[in-house]
Design a protein around this ligand. Structure first.
Ligand code: PLZ
Length: 452
C-alpha cells in the first residue's frame, strides 16, 4: 500500500433504528401529511415521490419516518445505499473528512482521496490494462463525460444506445433514454447523433444472444454505419428498464463488434455496479472488459459521487482542462467511497449478492407458481425483478405493479417499480438486508398478491 491515508477506525455507534418494519400510523402518517402540504407549496411539482413518507432516520435496510413508522427498504434509494443506510464505516470516514477539508476543487489544488478512489476503480473495474478515471457528481454526468471522451478519442459523433435504456436527466442523457414519459416529454430540443437499437429482452424477443446481437448490429450498420459511431453505451443489466438480463453471448458479441470497428464500448454500471450483483461490476458476469466503465450510486454509500474509468489511452484523449467541474470528486464523497471499497474487501460483501439472490429468487419463483400474473423472475445478486403481465394476453400489468407496491407500503415494505410499461417490481435492497427481512417481505408480498 503506497497511500498515506489513515485507515478508518470505526467505533460502532448505537443506532436508534429498529431491525424490523413497524407500522404505527396510517401511511402516510399525520406528520408526513403535514410536511407534504408544506412541500407542495414550495417544491416543484416536477419532483414527485413514490411514497410521500418523510424519512428522519435510517440504518441498514430500515427507514424510519417522522411518524415513527419503520420501513423495510428494498430500494436503497434506487441502489445507492448498497452497503446499508448510515453504514458505520462510511459515516466515520465522512465525519473525519469533514473536519479535515471539505472542498478545494481538485482542478485547483488536488488531494489524495481523489487519487485513491481512482486507484481503487482501476483495481476493481474489469480488465488488467492501464486505467484512468475522472470523478464527477452524478450518474448522468458520468454518461455525459464518457460520451465527450469517446468522441474526442474517436473523432466521431455517433452515440449508440439500446431500447429500454436509461441514462439520466441531462440534455444529452434525455436523448439517450428509451422512455419519453416522464423523462423528456416537453423538455426538448434534444441532442442529436444518438441512435437507439433493439436490445436483447429474452422474455419478449425469444432470441438467442447471437441472434439478438446480430439484430442490434445490423440495425446500427444500416441506420448509422459503424464508422460514424464514437461509442455504444449499454447497461449490462438494464436498471430502470426493469432489470432486463440479456441472453447469453449478447453483450460479448456487441463488444467484439465495437472492438473490430473502433467503437468505444461503454458499460453504464451506475445501477448494476459496486458489489450490487455479487461482483464489483455486472460486466464480469458476462465476461466483458468494457473500454469505459461508469460508476455512481453505490460508490460512496449515499454521498454524491460518480466516475468514468477506462483505458488510459482513451481517457487521456481529453485535453488538459477538458474535464472537471466544481464539485466533482468532492473530498467527503471520496472519503466515503474509500470506506465503501474497504468494507467490500474487509467484510467480503461480494458474497452478500449471492446470499440475497439465494434467499430472494426461489421465494419469488414460489410466488410465481401461485400467481400467474408474475410472468418472469429475473436478475442477479441483489438486483432481482418480477415482470407482471396478463397470463392470457401478455399485456403489461402496470396496474397490478402499482397496486402491489402501494399495498406493500401500507405494510411497511418499500418496493420500487420499473419497466418501460411500469410493469416491473424491482428488489434492489442494500447488502445489509437479512434473510429474515427478505422472508418477511415475501410473506407481505404473498398477502398483497392474494388480495390483488
Ligand atoms: N444510468 C443505469 O440507473 C439513475 C434514476 C432516478 P443519476 N437511475 C435512477 C431518477 O428518477 O432520477 C441512472 C441509472 C443508469 C444513469 C443513471 C443516472 O444517474 O445519478 O441519477 O444522474
Amino acid at each position: 500500500m503506497t497511500d498515506t491515508l489513515a485507515p478508518t477506525t470505526v467505533v460502532p455507534p448505537e443506532h436508534d433504528v429498529p431491525s424490523q418494519r413497524r407500522v404505527v400510523t396510517a401511511i402516510p402518517g399525520p406528520k408526513s401529511v403535514a410536511l407534504q402540504e408544506r412541500r407542495a407549496a414550495v417544491v416543484s411539482d416536477g419532483v414527485s415521490s413514490a411514497l410521500p413518507v418523510f424519512i428522519e432516520k435510517a440504518h441498514g435496510a430500515i427507514l424510519v419516518d417522522v411518524d415513527g413508522n419503520a420501513f423495510l427498504d428494498l430500494g436503497a434509494g434506487i441502489g445507492v445505499t448498497t452497503i446499508g443506510h448510515t453504514d458505520d464505516a462510511v459515516v466515520a470516514a465522512a465525519r473525519g473528512q469533514l473536519g479535515d477539508v471539505i472542498h478545494t476543487l481538485f482542478t485547483i489544488t488536488p488531494y489524495e482521496e481523489y487519487v485513491r478512489v481512482a486507484e481503487l476503480l482501476a483495481q476493481h473495474t474489469p480488465g488488467t490494462h492501464a486505467k484512468k478515471t475522472v470523478l464527477v457528481n452524478s450518474g448522468a454526468e458520468a454518461v455525459e463525460n464518457a460520451v465527450k471522451i469517446a468522441r474526442k478519442y474517436t473523432r466521431r459523433a455517433g452515440v449508440a444506445v439500446l431500447e429500454h435504456a436509461y441514462h439520466g436527466r441531462t440534455n444529452l442523457t434525455m436523448a439517450m433514454n428509451f422512455k419519453a414519459m416522464p423523462y423528456s416529454v416537453g423538455f426538448g430540443p434534444f441532442a442529436g447523433d444518438v441512435y437507439r437499437a433493439p436490445n436483447s429482452y429474452p422474455l419478449h424477443d425469444g432470441l438467442s444472444g447471437a441472434d439478438a446481437a446480430a439484430r442490434t448490429i445490423a440495425y446500427l450498420e444500416k441506420t448509422v454505419g459503424a464508422s460514424d459511431l464514437a461509442c455504444l453505451v449499454v447497461e449490462p443489466i438494464q436498471g430502470e428498464g426493469g432489470f432486463v438480463v440479456p441472453a447469453d453471448g449478447y453483450l460479448p458479441a456487441l463488444q467484439e463488434w465495437c472492438t473490430a470497428n473502433g467503437i468505444v464500448f461503454v458499460a453504464d454500471e451506475i445501477q448494476s455496479g459496486m458489489a450490487r450483483t455479487g461482483a464489483y461490476f455486472a460486466s464480469e458476469h458476462f465476461g466483458l472488459v468494457p473500454d469505459l466503465v461508469l460508476s455512481a450510486k453505490g460508490i460512496a454509500g449515499g454521498l454524491p459521487l460518480a466516475g468514468v474509468t477506462g483505458r488510459a489511452e482513451i481517457m487521456d484523449a481529453a485535453q488538459p482542462g477538458g474535464l472537471g467541474g466544481t464539485f466533482g470528486g468532492n473530498p467527503v464523497a471520496c472519503a466515503a467511497a474509500i470506506a465503501v471499497f474497504e468494507r467490500i474487501e474487509q467484510d467480503d460483501l461480494l458474497a452478500e449478492g449471492a446470499r440475497i439472490e439465494k434467499a430472494l429468487k426461489p421465494a419469488l419463483e414460489g410466488l410465481q407458481a401461485k400467481y400467474p400474473v408474475i410472468a418472469e423472475v429475473r436478475g442477479i445478486g441483489a438486483m432481482i425483478a418480477i415482470e407482471l403481465a396478463d397470463p392470457e394476453t401478455h399485456a403489461p400489468r402496470a396496474d397490478a405493479v402499482s397496486a402491489i407496491a402501494a399495498a406493500a407500503a401500507q405494510q411497511g415494505v418499500l418496493l420500487l417499480t420499473a419497466g418501460t410499461y411500469g410493469n416491473v417490481l424491482r428488489f434492489l435492497p442494500s447488502l445489509a438486508v437479512t434473510d429474515a427481512q427478505i422472508a418477511d417481505a415475501i410473506s407481505v408480498l404473498d398477502d398483497c398478491f392474494a388480495a390483488l
